[in-house]
Design a protein around this ligand. Structure first.
Ligand SMILES: NC(=O)c1ccc[n+]([C@@H]2O[C@H](COP(=O)([O-])OP(=O)(O)OC[C@H]3O[C@@H](n4cnc5c(N)ncnc54)[C@H](OP(=O)(O)O)[C@@H]3O)[C@@H](O)[C@H]2O)c1
Length: 325
């Protein structure tokens, strides 16, 4: 798909820059079972993604309460050869609320092992290429967790590990006990969620106390060859056609410029929004969550976008809505 060299290419040379996020597959988030139409949807989405050059598929055990993995696994059961062209990652560590407990995080040996068994079973695979820890568990027992992960790797059930929504300190702490390098960190980053950039440019300047990105995380990942993946990368379509009508001046101005760049490059607005992430020197992988087949194809046009420094900064500043310090 793209000739860009990504950090993840050291382990997965066929990895595409765009990752397909499977959170929208499998129907509803309630206990209703999935239907045949959900399997058909998954099949169309998988085929469209692969045809568009997308080779990485992102799951989590919680997506639509396991149904996203189940419908994906149904497709793999029907067409086992599809697996050969795929790199599959899933996540664990988040638990839903139940009768007696609130929603919580769980990095215990029992939960992580149980979760991986469930992931493999639902996806109909014997080997998961990457397992990501979904959100940091404050009650982490480093020794217990890393021994569990090392064992999962030694058993051949999981190839590599990554994290999600973790800062550099949490990554460094976890890395101490792992037998192999953390490959991925998945965080919310987009033209609409700029904290990952604002945390860097506001050093020494009175800033926005609502910034939720830990400074140094990008640099840690780049130094340690950790692949950054951006969830929420399309900002739910905020800068597409709908943005042109926005009552928010910054969103409207950004959307107008996105539309202008899309016309100049001869691509979709989605390709420009993703191109903003692609231009970053960390070679960020956008994780796209659309289930619209045309939009998947529109996203793949990102490969034809190579924003200039000036175009990138104009997008950044327009979306910030405030000049840089
Ligand atoms: N690690 C984490 O904590 C975490 C958290 C959330 C998500 N994720 C992963 O990241 C993936 C993407 O996340 P996401 O779904 O929140 O983000 P996203 O890809 O930015 O947003 C997708 C949503 O935006 C809509 N959308 C996108 N472009 C649009 C447009 N031009 N016009 C109208 N609607 C548009 C899509 O609708 P259509 O389907 O109609 O196109 C879809 O509902 C997920 O699938 C999941 O794999 C990870």
């Amino acid at each position: 798909m793209s000739s860009t060299k990504l950090p993840i290419h050291a382990q997965f040379p066929t990895a595409s820059q765009i990752v397909y996020g499977c959170m929208g597959l499998g129907g509803s988030w309630d206990d209703q079972p999935y239907q045949a139409n959900h399997v058909a949807q998954a099949q169309q989405v998988i085929e469209t993604a692969l045809e568009s050059g997308i080779t990485i598929f992102d799951h989590a055990d919680i997506y639509t309460r396991g149904k996203a993995e189940k419908v994906f696994g149904e497709v793999l059961k029907q067409q086992p050869s599809l697996r050969d062209g795929m790199i599959i990652q899933s996540k664990c560590g988040i638990r839903f609320m139940d009768e007696t407990n609130p929603g919580r995080y769980d990095f215990s040996k029992e939960w992580v092992t149980h979760s991986v068994e469930g992931i493999l079973q639902r996806l109909n695979i014997e080997h998961l290429d990457m397992l990501l820890l979904h959100r940091p568990d404050p009650l982490i027992d480093l020794e217990e967790l890393t021994q569990t992960l090392n064992q999962l790797q030694a058993s051949g059930k999981v190839g590599h590990f990554g994290v999600s929504n973790m800062n550099l300190h949490q990554m460094a702490y976890l890395q101490q006990g792992l037998n192999s390098p953390i490959l991925v960190n998945q965080l919310e980053m987009s033209l609409g969620k700029l904290d990952f950039l604002n945390s860097g440019v506001m050093v020494g300047t009175q800033g926005d106390e609502r910034n939720d990105f830990t400074s140094g995380t990008l640099e840690y990942c780049q130094t340690n060859k950790v692949q950054l993946q951006a969830w929420g990368c399309l900002a739910q379509g905020r800068f597409a056609e709908q943005g042109l009508q926005s009552s928010d001046d910054a969103v409207r101005a950004t959307s107008e410029y996105v539309a202008q760049l899309a016309a100049d490059y001869g691509v979709s607005s989605e390709a420009i929004v993703l191109g903003f992430l692609k231009r970053h020197p960390a070679n960020i992988q956008p994780v796209i969550g659309t289930t619209n087949l045309d939009r998947i194809r529109a996203c793949a046009q990102m490969n034809h976008v190579d924003l200039t420094r000036e175009q990138w900064y104009k997008l950044f500043v327009l979306s910030r809505g405030v000049a840089l310090p």
